[in-house]
Every structure is written in C-alpha cells, then in structure tokens.
Unconditional design. Structure first.
Length: 277
C-alpha cells in the first residue's frame, strides 16, 4: 500500500483496527489524500505535519482527544474530517491552515472555538453538530442547525472576534494620510493648519504633483500626502494610493449641490478603483 501510495499520492487505511498511525506514512512527502477513518487511533502524530502536500485528511471515527500544533504545517489542506472523536478543543494553530474549505467536527466534545478560525478565509463549511457549544447564541445557528455554510460563518467570525479574550490589541501610532480633492479647494491650507494648529495668513501656492509632510497630533504621527487636484497630475496619484491609509477628501461647500455630489462621487470612485478594498 505504501508503494502504491507513492505513485497515486493517495492512501486509504480505513477500518483496520489501527491503534496508531503507521510511521511509514512519514516517507510519503508528496501524499495529497490520506484517510484513516474508522480505526482506534488516540494520538494524532506530529509527523503528519510533515505531509505538506496534503489536501484532504480524514481521521473521523477514531479516539482522538486533541490535535497537535503541527497541524499548522499543512498549508495546502482543503478538507479536514475529524468527526466522531473525543476532541475537547481545537488548537489555535488551526488558523494557519489558510486553504481549508471544509472542517468537519461532528460529534466531539468541543466547548469553545479559537478566534484563529477567522483566518480561514476560504472556509465554506463548518460542521459543529453534536458538540456542547452551548455558549453560542442561537441566532448564529440557522434553525438550530450546527452545520454552518459561508453566509452564517461570517456572523460566527464576528461573534468570536467580539467576545474572545484571545484577541490581542495592537497599537499603531503612525498612519498614512492622503489628502485628495480638486485643485484650489484648500488641501494645502488644511494640511498647514494640522501641522501648526494655526490658520494661514496667506493662501499657499498651488501644489505641483505630490508634497509629503509629517505631522504629529496628540501622540499620533501622520505621514501626509498632499496630492495636487490638477487634471494633469491625477494619473500619477494612483501610484501612491494604498489600502492601509486614511483618505481625507476635501471639497468646496460653496458649490451647488449637483456639482458637489458629482465631485464627491468622482473622487470616491477614483479611490475605490485604484486600491484593493
């Protein structure tokens, strides 16, 4: 079977009354599918974490009590089936299996879920049936069903992030600030006020291209990019736009409502079409 698995990259050792995973499997570095269901395996061996090409792993109907941290090495895993075991929890490292599409946990003893599950952006199905997850609000479970598909997973992720103490607060005291808008609406005047705290006595000269300036306000550092609103410079602005930035759109409130809304709509589309949102 081992030699056959080398050529097919698939190995099924089902219902063989195995008490442990055969160590020879560690040699199958190109293995893509492994099924060990309906055995009596109590320990998930760490060497399974060496099988980095695995896309499907089935250990359902065994006697597993925990999953090891080494599970995080299975970066290509798409389907993990560990239903009908004795799992009490999931390791935080399961969130490193970023390609997971299906996670089957039916009939275990799982009480809580790690917030790292929210890293599984490709997950389409999560089966929690038969687990004592009594702390989950009923409105997260469609009609009491604990088989969650994509739309309901979004609500579960929000719940986990909002309630778990595992979420680590990260402080960022330096941000990028982009000032955008038509020419002459006051972007440079506003930037000068942010930098000095005082209104300018004389209007600044029109900006050519992009002017950068660092401004500190109440312990925060803003790397400011004052972008010229003139038509000839707009094409080059796209090279400075980034997702992780604050966009400050400046406009002239003296314009009539039609012109104002058209201008705002133009700049919002300008930003959205040029950054990944």
């Amino acid at each position: 079977l081992i030699e056959e698995a080398r050529s097919r990259n698939i190995l099924h050792l089902e219902a063989r009354d195995l008490l442990e995973v055969p160590e020879d499997i560690d040699q199958l570095q190109s293995l893509q599918e492994l099924s060990l269901k309906r055995n009596r395996i109590a320990i998930f061996p760490t060497f399974l974490g060496h099988l980095e090409e695995l896309t499907k792993l089935d250990l359902s109907k065994n006697e597993l009590q925990e999953l090891p941290k080494e599970l995080s090495h299975l970066k290509n895993l798409k389907i993990l089936e560990v239903s009908h075991n004795k799992l009490l929890s999931l390791p935080y490292e399961i969130g490193h299996c970023v390609k997971l599409e299906e996670l089957w946990l039916r009939v275990n003893q799982i009480l809580t879920l790690p917030t790292s599950l929210t890293n599984l952006k490709f997950l389409m199905l999560l089966d929690l049936s038969g687990n004592p997850l009594s702390e989950l609000p009923k409105d997260l479970l469609p009609s009491g069903n604990k088989i969650l598909v994509k739309p309901h997973l979004t609500n579960l992720w929000r719940y986990l992030l909002g309630t778990s103490s595992e979420v680590e607060e990260v402080t960022n005291d330096r941000v990028k600030l982009m000032l955008l808008g038509d020419s002459g609406v006051g972007k440079s005047t506003l930037l000068n006020y942010l930098a000095s705290g005082k209104p300018s006595k004389n209007p600044p000269k029109a900006t050519n291209g992009v002017v950068t300036q660092t401004v500190a306000i109440d312990g925060m550092v803003f790397d400011c990019w004052d972008c010229s609103g003139h038509d000839i410079y707009r094409a080059s602005h796209q090279f400075f736009l980034s997702r992780n930035a604050i966009y400050l759109l400046v406009f002239d409130t003296s314009w009539d409502s039609s012109q104002l809304y058209t201008n705002i709509d133009y700049w919002l589309n300008f930003i959205n079409n040029r950054i990944e949102v």
